[in-house]
Design a protein around this ligand. Structure first.
Ligand code: BTN
Length: 251
């Protein structure tokens, strides 16, 4: 279990605790270890030694990127929290665009793209521990960090815009936009947010292969429902894909 540097903990938005670390294995794991406290917290680290990605992958976490996780103790049911996986991506897009003047897009469920390069990945986990429950949202943004080897279609904000926002300033803006998403989900539900998400989602209206739990669903992506599931028209009906990933197919 990671040691949180208590001296660095200050009050953040919603009364969260904030810890800024030099290094940890994974900020998601640090935040998960604090779920039993029953308090929300934010952890930011300069680098991670074992950054985790979705679907069991690793996440390149060298110095110069923003690696942060926060916990959300929802005032709604777990079922009603499902869309937060996709909506966390929308919050990051909004924050990055407002600070960098960019026009970021989303690849379902929550990869953030700029000019056809992935600049941010998000790992959302529901955690029940010590009798307490929280949703942990981990966000990795490529700012000025060196991307190791051939990292597929990844890029940094610096490479793509010639500018990179200050790490803590971007973290603060992401926390602000995420809190707006949490508030709206808790008070109004997901409908308006999902419409906004759909406007940014590159998959919608395109031919995709969506892979979930080893099963591939091939067809046209019609939209995203109130749970954040991708709706795929296979020609024989519409399939809801609740988790996994979707690649665009050239037809
Ligand atoms: C993905 O692209 O597959 C998701 C990557 C999520 C990376 C972030 S970095 C901060 C937090 N800590 C982790 O170990 N993972 C997330």
């Amino acid at each position: 279990m990671e040691k949180v540097v208590l001296g660095d903990i200050v009050k953040a938005r919603r009364g969260r605790e904030l810890a800024v670390l030099e290094e940890c294995q994974s900020t998601n794991d640090v935040v998960k270890s604090r779920v039993p406290t029953g308090k929300e917290c934010v952890v930011i680290s300069r680098r991670q030694t074992a950054g985790r990605g979705r679907l069991g992958r690793g996440f390149d976490s060298g110095e110069g990127g923003l690696y942060m996780s926060l916990s959300w103790i929802p005032r709604i049911s777990l079922e009603q929290c499902l869309p937060v996986t996709v909506l966390a991506g929308l919050a990051v897009c909004t924050a990055v665009d407002s600070m960098c003047g960019t026009a970021t897009m989303l690849k379902w469920p929550n990869d953030v793209y700029l000019k056809d390069r992935k600049i941010c990945g998000i790992l959302t986990e529901a955690v029940m521990s010590g009798g307490a429950f929280a949703i942990v949202i981990g966000i990795g943004v490529n700012l000025t960090n060196k991307l190791r080897g051939e990292v597929g279609k990844a890029g940094t904000i610096l490479q793509l815009t010639g500018y990179a926002p200050e790490r803590e300033a971007l973290a603060g803006e992401i926390i602000r936009t995420l809190d707006l998403v949490f508030d709206e989900l808790e008070t109004c539900g997901p409908e308006r947010l999902i419409r906004e998400y759909a406007q940014r989602c590159v998959n919608i209206g395109r031919e995709v292969t969506a892979v979930s739990g080893g099963e591939a669903v091939v067809g046209r992506a019609l939209g995203v429902d109130g749970d954040g599931a991708l709706l795929v028209d296979t020609g024989e009906g519409t399939i809801r894909v609740l988790s996994g990933e979707a690649t665009l197919r050239s037809v």
